[in-house]
Write a protein that binds this ligand. Structure first.
Ligand code: ATP
Ligand code: MG
Length: 421
C-alpha cells in the first residue's frame, strides 16, 4: 500500500525548490551584508523551554505544540518557532561574553498543530533573524531594514512595514488595566477565546480575527496614549531612522503580535499580494527574554519570516517558472563517445559550469529531446564518426547554431569560452 505524507506536511519538489534556493541565496547575501552570522539549532527541545520562552497564554503554547514523551519519559516539543531556541543557545554558550552585539540568523522547519489550509501548514519553514546586546533604536532600525532589503531584493511587490510599540513593564500595566476596563462591560460580545484573554492577557484581544472582537478592538484605548517617556523616545527614534532610510512604514496600534515576550518595537512586513494572511514576517523586541531563560539581563530583537507565504508571493509575480540551471548537456552516441564524454563532463564541471550527461544510450533525436527537458543552454554532441575525425559539435539550444570544435588540449577552454558567450 502506498504511504503518503502526513497532513499539513509538504514535500517541496525540485520544480519549486529552485525558488526556495533563490530565497536562501538572497538570505545569505543580504543578511551577510549586515554582519549576521548563521546559527543552527536542534529540531527538538525540552517542552518547558517553549512554555517559558513563548508564554503560556499564546496560541502556540495553548493549542499548537507538537509535544510528546521520549522513551525516557521526558517531555519534548518539536520547535514551533526559533527565538526561544536561539536565546537558549545564546545563554548556554555564553555568547554574550564577547560583549558585542551578536547578530544571528537561522533557516529551518517549524512545527505547529494547526488546521491545514492554504498558507498554513503543520510543518512550515521560517527564516529567523535575532540580535542581542543593544536597546538602541539603531539596532531596531537595522533589523527592520534587513527585512525590508531582503523582501525588496526578491522583488516582493508593495512591501510595507507595519510598526507599533507595546511599551515596557513600566507603562504596559496601566494599558492592560485600561483595556480590561474597556472590554469588561462588552464581555458578552467577545468570542470564547477573548473572554479568557480578558482575564489572562487583554492585549491579545486586539489581535483576534473574529469580526465582532475586531470591531470592538478598533475603538479600544490606544497604547500610544500610555507609553512612558523612555518608550515614546525609543519609538520616535526608530520611526525617524526608518524614514531616513526611506522604508515605507505604517503605524498600526492594533498590532500586538502573538507572543508574550515582546516589549517596545513590534513590526510586521505585509505585501499587497497576500490577502487575508498578509503578514510575510513579523517580529519585535524582547528585552526580558534572555534573563527569563536564565541568562544575564541583555536586550534582544528579531523577526521570523514564513517561507511558504513568501514563496506564494514570488510564484504569483513570476511569469515563467524558474528551472535548475544546465549550462551544458553532453550527448554521446556509442561507447567510445560515452567514454570520452564522461571525462569531458568532469573537466567542464571543474570550470564551475553545470554539466549534465547522457547516462542512458539513446538516438540523437531522443538526446535532443532530453537536452530540452534538462533546459540545457548548450549541447555537446559527441558521435563515433566525429570523434574518429577528432571533432565534436557544440549546439546552442536557443539559436540552434552549431560549431565544430577540434578535440585537442584546448577543447575545455574553448567550450567554457563559448558557454560564457
Ligand atoms: P498567524 O497570525 O498567521 O497565525 P503567527 O503570528 O502565528 O501568524 P509567527 O509566529 O509570528 O506567526 O510566525 C512568523 C511567520 O511565520 C508568519 O508571518 C507566517 O508567514 C509564518 N507562519 C506562521 N504559522 C504558519 C503556518 N502554520 N504555516 C505556514 N506559515 C506560517
Ligand atoms: Mg499563528
Amino acid at each position: 500500500m502506498e504511504i503518503r505524507s502526513i497532513r499539513g506536511m509538504n514535500d517541496i519538489l525540485p520544480e519549486d525548490s529552485i525558488l526556495w534556493k533563490q530565497v536562501r541565496d538572497t538570505m545569505h547575501y543580504v543578511l551577510g551584508s549586515y554582519g549576521f552570522r548563521e546559527i543552527l539549532i536542534p529540531v527538538l527541545e525540552e517542552t518547558r523551554l517553549f512554555q517559558r520562552g513563548i508564554g503560556e497564554t499564546t496560541d502556540i503554547v495553548e493549542k499548537e505544540m507538537y509535544t510528546f514523551e521520549d522513551k525516557s519519559g521526558q517531555s519534548l516539543t518539536l520547535r514551533p518557532e526559533a527565538t526561544a531556541s536561539i536565546v537558549r543557545a545564546y545563554v548556554q554558550h555564553h555568547l554574550y561574553a564577547s560583549g558585542k552585539v551578536e547578530k544571528l540568523y537561522f533557516w529551518g522547519p517549524m512545527f505547529r498543530y494547526e488546521r491545514p489550509q492554504k498558507g498554513r501548514y503543520r510543518q512550515f519553514y521560517q527564516i529567523d533573524v535575532e540580535a542581542f546586546g543593544s536597546n538602541d533604536p539603531t539596532l531596531d532600525t537595522d533589523i527592520i531594514a534587513s527585512l525590508y532589503d531582503f523582501l525588496t531584493t526578491l522583488n516582493v511587490p508593495g512591501v510595507t512595514i507595519e510598526i507599533n510599540s507595546l511599551g515596557c513593564p513600566n507603562c504596559r500595566p496601566a494599558y492592560h488595566k485600561a483595556l480590561k476596563a474597556y472590554f469588561s462591560d462588552k464581555i458578552d460580545k467577545l468570542c470564547p477565546d477573548c473572554k479568557s484573554r480578558l482575564v489572562r492577557n487583554p492585549l491579545r484581544i486586539l489581535d483576534c480575527k473574529v469580526e465582532t472582537c475586531h470591531e470592538l478592538a478598533l475603538k479600544a484605548p490606544n497604547i500610544h496614549e500610555f507609553l512612558c517617556d523612555t518608550c515614546k523616545n525609543h519609538f520616535q527614534g526608530v520611526q525617524s531612522y526608518l524614514e531616513d532610510l526611506h522604508i515605507p512604514t505604517r503605524l498600526n496600534p492594533m498590532m500586538v503580535r502573538g507572543l508574550d515576550y515582546y516589549v517596545q518595537t513590534t513590526f510586521e512586513a505585509v505585501s499587497e499580494n497576500l490577502g487575508a494572511q498578509n503578514a510575510v514576517a513579523g517580529g519585535g523586541r524582547y528585552d526580558g527574554l534572555v534573563k527569563q531563560l536564565g541568562g544575564p539581563d541583555i536586550p534582544g530583537i528579531g523577526y521570523a519570516m514564513g517561507m511558504e507565504r513568501l514563496i506564494m508571493i514570488l510564484q504569483d509575480i513570476r511569469k515563467e517558472p524558474l528551472s535548475w540551471p544546465c549550462d551544458l548537456f553532453i550527448a554521446t552516441l556509442g561507447d567510445k563517445a560515452r567514454r570520452y564524454g564522461i571525462t569531458l563532463a568532469s573537466k567542464i564541471r571543474k570550470e564551475g559550469k553545470v554539466c549534465e550527461f547522457s547516462y542512458e544510450p539513446k538516438s540523437l533525436k531522443a538526446l535532443m529531446k532530453l537536452a530540452n527537458r534538462l533546459n540545457a543552454r548548450f549541447t555537446a554532441i559527441i558521435g563515433e564518426d566525429e570523434l574518429q575525425r577528432k571533432e565534436i559539435v557544440l549546439r546552442n539550444m536557443a539559436t540552434r547554431e552549431q560549431t565544430t570544435l577540434p578535440v585537442d588540449d584546448t577543447l575545455t577552454e574553448k567550450i567554457t569560452g563559448l558557454l560564457d558567450g
